[in-house]
Design a protein around this ligand. Structure first.
Ligand code: ASP
Length: 326
């Protein structure tokens, strides 16, 4: 029987990490080919092509690098792959997943995975996650679901998934919504319909800068006051509670929002911003009046990715529509 074609790329991260010498910290050195060798069962499921596109800690990935990884993934689909799997560091997985999801216009799945324990650690989760990710990428039911993250036996839609624990194996969750599915005895089982997705054209420019600041108690306005002068093209604020800031921040935001798009998200880690509940200065109703947009369920980091992409394809004027669609 002709096995389906599956493409895998390694970008680095803990899944690709080991220590050069005992006592030294782990660093990314393990190639895609070596990762593949850790899951020999895969050869019975698919014809696999593998590439090492990078060996980076995920903190050092950037949008330009992701665009080149995306073009590699697009090419794999053109070449007949039924799905694509990318392994990378988990620290920025919630952002890269959103980035790819907004640009992935194929029916075939793009699945991201990584590991919380490095290759030589007891109970290393990399091989299991990789095999699970491949099963998800090969599953017919994964078509038309865009980009998803597979970690610890769960499947999370790119637009919802967050890293909610720093070191635990169960580091990923989709607050409020829960996982889209899971692997049950190696079988891919979806328990939710596909999440709503917004696919954008490729950005024509990549030099735009979007700042992200978090509101905090008794914070001064120094950074905020300099956002325009520093040349930022957009601003995302992780606001208090349902999307709030102090009176002094609200005053500065009013001036910034006249010039560049400003999104207010919630810093809480779960839930939506409000639209029409709080009327105090710095509350969401005031901020909306001052020209800011509320992020809804999008966390600050995902809102920043969306805004960067919208500016990159000159659609920032339609921001409100994209936020409402979420
Ligand atoms: N701790 C990270 C990881 O889980 C390191 C990284 O993101 O590269 O992969």
């Amino acid at each position: 029987m002709d096995l389906p074609k599956l493409a895998i790329a390694a970008l680095g991260g803990t899944v690709s990490m080991q220590a050069r010498n005992a006592g030294e910290g782990v660093i990314p050195t393990i190639s895609g080919e070596t990762l593949l060798a850790s899951v020999p069962e895969l050869t019975t499921l698919a014809r696999v092509t593998v590439e090492t596109l990078g060996l980076l800690p995920s903190a050092s990935l950037d949008f330009d690098f992701l665009l080149s990884a995306l073009s590699w993934a697009n090419f794999q689909i053109k070449q007949g792959a039924v799905g694509v799997v990318i392994t990378q560091g988990t620290d920025t997985l919630e952002e890269t997943a959103t980035f790819f999801d907004h640009l992935w216009d194929h029916e075939e799945p793009l699945i991201l995975t990584g590991a919380m324990r490095s290759a030589a650690q007891p109970g290393a989760d990399g091989p299991a996650n990789l095999l699970d990710a491949c099963r998800v990428a090969l599953a017919e039911d994964s078509r038309l679901r865009g980009v998803q993250v597979v970690m610890n036996g769960q499947i999370h839609p790119a637009c919802r998934v967050r890293k909610t624990d720093s070191l635990a194996v169960q580091a990923f969750s989709s607050p409020v919504f829960g996982p889209a599915g899971m692997l049950v005895e190696n079988v891919v089982r979806y328990v939710r319909p596909p999440a709503h997705r917004t696919v954008l054209p490729l950005p024509q420019q990549t030099t735009q800068k979007v700042a992200m600041l978090e509101a905090s108690l008794s914070a001064d306005t120094l950074l905020l006051e300099n956002i325009l002068e520093l040349g930022y093209d957009g601003l995302v604020i992780g606001g208090f509670g349902a999307g709030h800031v102090s009176e002094s921040w609200a005053e500065v935001i009013k001036h910034i929002a006249k010039k560049i798009p400003v999104i207010i998200a919630t810093r809480t880690g779960s839930g939506s911003t409000a639209q029409s509940s709080y009327g105090f200065i710095g509350g969401e109703m005031d901020l909306i009046r001052k020209g800011a947009s509320m992020a809804g369920f999008l966390c600050p980091r995902k809102a920043r990715v969306l805004l960067w992409l919208l500016i990159g394809c000159q659609r920032e004027d339609e921001l409100a529509r994209y936020l409402l669609e979420d």
